[in-house]
Design a protein around this ligand. Sequence first.
Ligand code: TRP
Length: 337
Amino acid sequence: MKASKTTILTGIKPTGHPHVGNYAGMIKPALQLIEGNKGGRNHLFIANYHALNTMDRASELRQYTYEIAACFLALGLDLETTSFYRQSDVPEIFELTAVLASVTPKGLMNRAHAYKAKVEENLSKSNADRDDGVNMGLYTYPILMAADILLFDADVVPVGKDQVQHVEFARDIAGYFNRKFDTQFFKQPAHRVQADLEALPGVDGRKMSKSYGNTIPLFGDMSTARKLIKRIVTDSKPPAEPKDASSLSLYQIYRALADEDEAEDLKRRFEAGGLGYGEAKTILADKFEVLFEKPAKRYKDYLSDKGELERIMVTASRRARGQARCKIEAMRTLIGA
Ligand code: TRP
């Protein structure tokens, strides 16, 4: 019997500077899954065409794309064990998107959370059309994402909670194709959510997000990060008073960065009383520095030579491209194209 190898695949949209929320919700879990997938296959890619729906400045999209690439390289992504590519470097994805569109019912797209939310927002305004502000990129977003996933026979797709429906759609779409052509050609993927790391708070206590301006960038200079950490909102409890760690933004951010024992330790200290917010912020800032000071230097190095970074990415994408070509050739035979 053939040994079964697991294929893990995930994509990141380049829509901003990488921050601690991205790290906790997506970067760290993806790197950990890859690390644990010994002997299996891994795909990690930058979903720049997904970002196109919301981004309209070429220089910005290009810069954010390089930043994501530099981010993973700086954090030590192993290009031997992981196929790393920019979505646009694998045009087979877009060919597959066209084919999948032909088996996907429009009604399925109508049910997509992001589209529905936009329609509901429009309907709540008195004179807006239901589809105001909806481009076809947003509407067919789940088909492009299904193509990303199905092209590489992914078994497991690590995603944030908000992306679970998209992975379910990819399963459905694989099923539509397989039934239509009476085949098992596309594998049906499973999603994997890192449950307890959802919705990391930012320095103001709301969800950490670029749009709230409350993020802690991963690769800024260390003194800036320290200043931001000092600004994390707390209440006015004095150091001596016991505190409920899990309700504190400060603790939640620490837990996302530290290992389990370290997090437990800080939790106990908060609950016992005697640990003040100032001291805890120093502990968090020290942890941040241990994790990101060296990667931040590498990150800057990568970004200081875009020509070299471009070469690294193009070279890295060859593997995915080769694999994609084989799958697309087989698909064409199957569908008569
Ligand atoms: N839609 C995902 C997000 O917004 C990014 C993404 C695109 C993705 N294609 C993917 C994630 C394929 C996993 C698999 O975060």
